[in-house]
Design a protein around this ligand. Structure first.
Ligand code: PAD
Ligand code: ZN
Length: 362
């Protein structure tokens, strides 16, 4: 099957034919329909984060079950699925306490399947998996626990975005911060995930939603998603603008959706006493954050957030129902749909701030 392989940081992905071994115990072969291109993949290309190489990246996908390995009971051939970049085992300490996004299984993967071996090869060379998914290929073998069964009338080339950007952004608002109606919310970074923070804030009934970005096109997108104000961080003083917009109060919540320690500090400084800052962006490995502890003394809260603190098998079908009922925007997130051969131009456009999300359609 055709897949895009990262051999070295900063090098273009190589689209080539790989051998994909069939599914083993509790694994499933998926024929992918589509995959979104997320900034987290770009972080690995740029070496902000380390990963065993070579690797097939991609973690925001949807497709159809082609074949099941032994012991699989959750799905059967023909089922439509979204892939979760966290497998949820249902049995670890985190899963049984309702914190499936923190499931132990995620930390057993390390570029391989849960049994410690890979299914991907290029000739004699072993190719690594990414989060047990590797959606930048026509097919993927994934753990059964990484699958979320979905309704068959949902368009797979759209709901692929339910694999990462949507539950992360919407979940950061609803599950992580638990934003209250009438709140003021600042969103730093109006990219693929940030736009979903904006629409999460709309769903939560936030009163003012202040989108911050360095590109005009991103700010326009944010308005379309329900932002009430835009701040151009390339030319404006973000903290002073938030002060003006909130009539001196500052915000109840700030979300950092860029992956920069400077922006985390900026986010903290836009919150009022007792306000909450949620860090969604992934900073480069080894980055250090220096904050003024005085901010925290005043009952401020600084939180992390992975996968929007979601439970994939509960939240993803719900988000899809909301999309099908036209209460959640997905189509508007998609700036372009490309073939796998054009994946490097998708990353270039993401890096240059030209797109919200690009979909790779197989
Ligand atoms: P994106 O590139 O689509 O969006 C980032 C946005 O930030 C872009 O619109 C940029 O223009 C904007 N930006 C850059 N610098 C600044 C600045 N100084 N001030 C204001 N805006 C700026 O990326 P994305 O939305 O796919 O991902 C955003 C981050 O979230 C990224 O670090 C990614 O790795 C992380 C992420 N985290 C999780 C999680 O589970 N926590 C999941 C998915 C993505
Ligand atoms: Zn992602």
């Amino acid at each position: 099957m055709k897949a895009a392989v990262l051999y070295e940081n900063f090098q273009p992905l190589v689209v080539e034919n790989l051998e994909l071994e069939g599914p083993k115990d509790h694994e499933v072969l998926i024929k992918l329909t589509a995959s979104g291109v997320c900034h987290s993949d770009l972080h690995y290309i740029k070496g902000d984060r380390e990963h065993p190489m070579p690797v097939v990246l991609g973690h925001e996908g949807a497709g159809v079950v082609e074949e099941t390995g032994s012991g699989v009971s959750y799905v059967q051939t023909g089922d439509h699925v979204v892939l979760s970049f966290v497998p949820t085992c249902g049995q670890c300490n985190y899963c049984v306490r309702g914190r499936q996004n923190l499931c132990d299984a995620r930390y057993q993967l390390r570029g391989k399947m849960l049994d410690g071996t890979t299914r991907l090869r290029s000739g004699s060379q072993e190719i690594h998996h990414f989060n047990g998914l590797s959606t930048f290929g026509e097919y993927a073998v994934v753990p059964e626990d990484s699958l979320v069964k979905i309704r068959e009338d949902a368009p797979l080339d759209r709901v692929a975005l339910i694999g990462c950007g949507v539950p992360t952004g919407v979940g950061a608002v609803i599950n992580t911060a638990k934003v209250k109606p009438g709140s003021s919310v600042v969103v730093l970074g109006a990219g693929g995930v940030g736009l979903n923070v904006v629409q999460g804030a709309v769903l939560a009934g936030a009163e003012s939603i202040i989108a911050v970005d360095i590109y005009g096109n991103k700010l326009e997108n944010a308005l379309q998603f329900g932002a009430t104000h835009m701040v151009d961080a390339s030319g404006e003083d973000v903290i002073e603008r938030v002060r003006d917009i909130t009539r001196g109060d500052m915000a109840d919540y700030a979300f950092e959706v860029i992956g920069s320690t400077a922006a985390i500090n900026q986010a903290l400084a836009t919150t009022k006493r007792g306000g909450t800052t949620v860090v969604v962006g992934v900073t480069p490995a080894g980055a250090e954050l220096t904050i003024d502890p005085d901010f925290l003394h005043l009952d401020r809260v600084l939180m992390g957030c992975t996968y929007g603190s979601c439970y994939p098998r509960a939240d993803m079908p719900m988000l899809i129902d909301m999309y099908m009922a036209r209460r959640l925007k997905l189509d508007e997130l998609i700036s372009a749909t490309l073939k796998l051969e054009d994946i490097n131009s998708a990353f270039e456009a993401l890096d240059q701030g030209e797109v919200a999300r690009t979909i790779i359609r197989y």
